[in-house]
Design a protein around this ligand. Structure first.
Ligand SMILES: [Zn+2]
Length: 262
């Protein structure tokens, strides 16, 4: 097993009522959702970035209608104007050195920094890409997708992966299908240098309590999610957790995941 060093990074957050993600809790209590990206370091392939945060471009893309609807519904606080790219620079690497980048799904808080990594091959599921590639204007915003965040040469750099794909054919990084929150959403499995197995679960659920207790979000979020696949994916995570409590499952936006931010 190849063990990888990893770091959690974030350049911003939004908030949502706790009751929306964990029914039965308070509508007044807010949960803070950081847009977390993960930097894995593979011994041969170098830095492998999983998602890219908001970046300052999110604000340019949401200044005018209909993009402004996005930031009206989920107001974003940018905590680092230099974005994930700036944080990678501060770790002593250049964003140009990132040759491998995974997009778990095409929501704006995961693709915001995509244009900062011009040399990366971009891994995603074909289904995820097909579901957004033609979306523009109002339809795009309805899918939390802002096409202006995509680099113009993206299509030529895409590399499609799916359940079981082994990114470097060496067992280090595997793909898991996690549909529901978004069409074709994927997660990433790897082991870190302490020997711990980790599943980066994207937005398969918003909190760790959800997969621990197999707790669906409030039906008000039905519009944002494909309900049936969401249920199936959540049950699968719940089972994985029951079978192997040592597996560290990290939903992107869970406040517990934010504890790993440097
Ligand atoms: Zn999402």
């Amino acid at each position: 097993m190849i063990a990888l060093d990893w770091t959690a990074l974030s350049d911003g957050w939004t908030e949502a009522p706790k009751a929306a993600v964990l029914p039965g809790s308070s509508w007044n209590e807010k949960l803070r959702f950081h847009a977390v990206a993960f930097l894995l370091v593979h011994p041969a392939a170098g830095p492998v970035l999983i998602d890219t945060g908001y970046s300052a471009r999110f604000f340019a893309e949401t200044r005018f209608f209909p993009g402004s609807l996005y930031s009206a519904i989920t107001p974003v606080t940018l905590t680092d104007p230099e974005g994930i790219a700036g944080q990678i620079r501060r770790l002593g690497m250049s964003p140009g050195d990132v040759r491998h980048l995974v997009i778990t799904h095409f929501h704006a808080d995961h693709i915001g920094g995509l244009r900062d990594f011009p040399n990366a091959r971009v891994y995603c599921s074909q289904r995820a890409w097909q579901s957004v590639r033609k979306l523009r204007g109002f339809a795009a915003v309805g899918h939390a997708f802002l096409p202006g965040l995509l680099p113009s040469d993206l299509e030529g750099r895409l590399h499609f992966v799916e359940e079981g794909s082994d990114l470097f054919d060496d067992g280090a990084i595997h793909v898991m299908d996690l549909p529901g929150h978004a069409t074709g959403q994927i997660g990433i499995r790897f082991a870190d240098t302490t020997g711990r197995s980790i599943l980066l679960a994207a937005d398969a659920c918003w909190t760790s309590d959800a997969f621990r207790e197999n707790r669906m979000p409030h039906p008000v979020t039905r519009l944002l999610n494909e309900w049936k696949p969401y249920q199936t994916t959540l049950r699968r995570l719940h089972r994985l957790h029951r079978e192997d409590p040592d597996l560290l499952i990290l939903p992107t936006h869970c406040p517990e995941t934010a504890h790993y931010l440097g």
